[in-house]
Design a protein around this ligand. Structure first.
Ligand code: COA
Length: 140
């Protein structure tokens, strides 16, 4: 991902999340040196992910696939690459948080070997009230 990609990334984020990241947040991740990837199809951004890796810990901070490109293995492919990259950077664990209602993402993470390690009660704003964050981890 580079700064010119941010409008395309933010457009996917906007249609994917109840509380989407702003374009500025994606810019800060790039400026901080996080591992930020996009997938392109005919020059158009169709998926992205943002990962931080510090010492032995990596965190998946964001991941999104354009609605018309879902269920074609893009997220699985991006995450598989992210696991390899995090390992190369010296990480021994990859952590993430996911809304309890996000069954699609949780199935994806479980399929890749992530395990639930806990939850943060009422962590996210939701359409009606609040919603728990489920914490997941994979040893690399
Ligand atoms: C979650 C998301 C990233 C998955 O992307 P994707 O490219 O469609 O996922 P993949 O095609 O790689 O799916 C891999 C596996 O995940 C699971 N999965 C993905 N989407 C699913 C769905 N809608 N329902 C059930 N399982 C699903 C399946 O196990 C799937 O394997 P299969 O297709 O062989 O059954 C995508 O739905 C998305 O962008 N959602 C909105 C943003 C989001 O929730 N991001 C994660 C925040 S934590």
């Amino acid at each position: 991902m580079c700064h010119a990609d941010i409008p395309g990334v933010a457009a996917i984020e906007e249609v994917s999340q109840f509380t989407p990241w702003s374009a500025a947040q994606f810019g800060e991740c790039l400026d901080s040196g996080y591992l930020c990837d996009v997938v392109l199809a005919r020059g158009e951004i169709i998926a992205f992910q943002v990962l931080s890796a510090v010492l032995d810990e990596a965190h998946l901070l964001n991941l999104g696939v354009s609605p018309s490109w879902r269920r074609q293995g893009l997220a699985r492919g991006m995450l598989t690459m992210a696991l390899q990259r995090a390992r190369q950077e010296g990480a021994t664990s990859l952590y993430l948080e996911v809304r309890r209602s996000n069954t699609a993402a949780m199935r994806l993470y479980r399929a890749l070997g992530f395990e639930e390690t806990g939850f943060r009660r009422d962590y996210y704003r939701a359409r009606q009230g609040r919603e728990d964050a489920v914490l997941m981890q994979k040893n690399l």
